[in-house]
Design a protein around this ligand. Structure first.
Ligand code: TYM
Length: 330
C-alpha cells in the first residue's frame, strides 16, 4: 500500500473550510487505501510570532479536530512534529542540499514575509523543514491544497538531487491535489484563497464556528451583480466558489446545481448551501470537545503516534546520515 504523509499547522483555534476541502477530506479518504502519516506541524508554527501557551493548546485542539474529522489512530499514524526530533535533524541536511536562490524563489515565503514586521530565518527555511517531513517517511503521495504545490516540487527536486549525489535514499513524492477543491476562495473576497488571515471576519468559515455563524457567513458571501447560478470561475468567482463548496459537501455536481437553480437567483441557492454547510460541519465541534475532554487519552494517542512515526523516521535518518558521512545517531 502506498505511503501517504501530510501536515497542518496549529496556528489557529480552528481549521477552516479551505483546509478541510483542500486537504483534510483527502486525508480521511486516503486512510482506506494507504499507510498514512498525519502530522500537526508545531515546528513550522514558530516561524512567525507565537505565544507558547497558545501554541501548546492549539496543537491539542488541532489533533482533536483531526480525530473528530475521522482520522482513525488505529489505521493512521497521527502525531505532533515536536515529538519526533528526526524532522529537525533531516531538515539540516536538506538545507545543505538547497540552493540559496532556489529557496529564495518560494512564493509563500515572499507572501508571508511581506506581511510580517519581522521575518525570521526559520520562515525562510520553512519549506526545507517541510521537505524533511515528507522525505523521512519515504512518502509516495502528499494530499494538500494548491498553495503547497511549489513546496512539493522542492521536495521532489531535493529527493532526486540527494539520490543522484549519494545513491538511492529517498522516495520521490507525488503531490495529491483534488482539482475542484484545490483552492477554496475567501467568502468576502473571492479573488483570494480562504485563509485565517482574511481581511473580513466573514471571509473565513471555521470548522468550529457555531452553525448559525456558518449560515450567516454563507448567506453574506460576496457574489456578483447578475442573478444567475452559473459556473464561471473567472467571471463569477464568488458564485463558482460557492458551487464548488456545495458540490463537495452536498454530494452533487456543478451541472446539477446549474439545472436546479436555473431562474431562481442567489437567495435560494445561498440559503440551501447555508443548510448544507451547517449540517455537514455542525457536528464537528461537539466531537472535537469529546476528544479534548479526555486529556490523558488524547496524549496517549499522540505518544503512540509519535512512537510509530519515529520508528520509520529514524530508519530513514540513519540512512541519510550514513550517506553524507556522519556518525550514526548514538
Ligand atoms: P497549512 O497548515 O497552511 O494548511 C493545511 C492544508 O490546507 C490546505 N489549504 C487549502 N486548500 C484549499 N483552499 C484553501 N483556501 C486552503 N488553505 C489551506 C493547504 O494546502 C494544506 O494542505 N506547509 C503546510 C504544512 C506542512 C505540510 C508538510 C504539508 C508542513 N509540512 C508536509 C504537507 C506535507 C501548511 O502550511 O499548510
Amino acid at each position: 500500500v502506498p505511503r501517504v504523509f501530510s501536515g497542518i499547522q496549529p496556528t489557529s483555534d480552528s481549521f477552516h473550510l479551505g483546509n478541510y476541502l483542500g486537504a483534510l477530506r483527502q486525508w480521511v479518504a486516503l486512510q482506506d487505501t494507504s499507510d498514512a502519516f498525519y502530522c500537526v506541524v508545531d515546528l513550522h508554527a514558530i516561524t512567525v510570532d507565537h505565544d507558547p501557551k497558545v501554541l501548546h493548546e492549539r496543537s491539542r485542539v488541532s489533533a482533536a479536530q483531526l480525530l473528530a474529522l475521522g482520522i482513525d489512530p488505529e489505521r493512521s499514524t497521527l502525531f505532533v512534529q515536536s515529538q519526533v526530533p528526526e524532522h529537525a535533524m533531516l531538515a539540516w541536511i536538506m538545507g545543505c542540499e538547497t540552493g540559496f536562490g532556489e529557496a529564495s524563489r518560494m512564493t509563500q515565503f515572499k507572501d508571508k514575509s511581506a506581511k510580517q514586521e519581522r521575518t525570521t530565518v526559520g520562515l525562510f527555511t520553512y519549506p526545507i523543514l517541510q521537505v524533511a517531513d515528507i522525505l523521512l517517511y519515504q512518502t509516495e503521495r502528499v494530499p494538500v491544497g494548491e498553495d503547497q504545490r511549489q513546496h512539493l516540487e522542492l521536495s521532489r527536486d531535493l529527493a532526486i538531487r540527494f539520490n543522484n549525489t549519494y545513491g538511492q535514499t529517498f522516495t520521490v513524492p507525488d503531490v495529491h491535489i483534488v482539482k475542484e477543491t484545490a483552492t477554496i476562495k475567501d467568502l468576502a473576497e473571492p479573488e483570494k484563497k480562504m485563509s485565517k488571515s482574511s481581511a473580513s471576519p466573514r471571509g473565513c468559515l471555521y470548522l468550529l464556528d457555531e452553525p448559525n455563524q456558518m449560515r450567516k457567513k454563507v448567506k453574506s458571501a460576496v457574489t456578483d451583480s447578475e442573478a444567475e447560478v452559473r459556473y464561471d470561475p473567472d467571471a463569477k468567482p464568488g458564485v463558482s466558489n460557492l458551487m464548488n463548496i456545495y458540490a463537495a459537501l452536498g454530494n452533487t455536481t456543478i451541472e446539477k446545481l446549474e439545472a436546479e437553480y436555473a431562474g431562481r437567483g442567489y437567495g435560494d441557492f445561498k440559503g440551501d448551501l447555508a443548510d448544507v454547510v451547517a449540517d455537514y460541519l455542525g457536528p464537528i465541534s461537539a466531537r472535537t470537545k469529546e476528544f479534548l475532554a479526555d486529556k490523558a487519552e488524547l496524549d496517549r494517542i499522540l505518544v503512540k503516534g509519535a512512537e510509530k512515526a519515529r520508528h520509520v523516521a529514524s530508519r530513514t535518518l540513519a540512512k541519510a546520515y550514513k550517506k553524507v558521512g556522519f556518525y550514526p545517531p548514538a
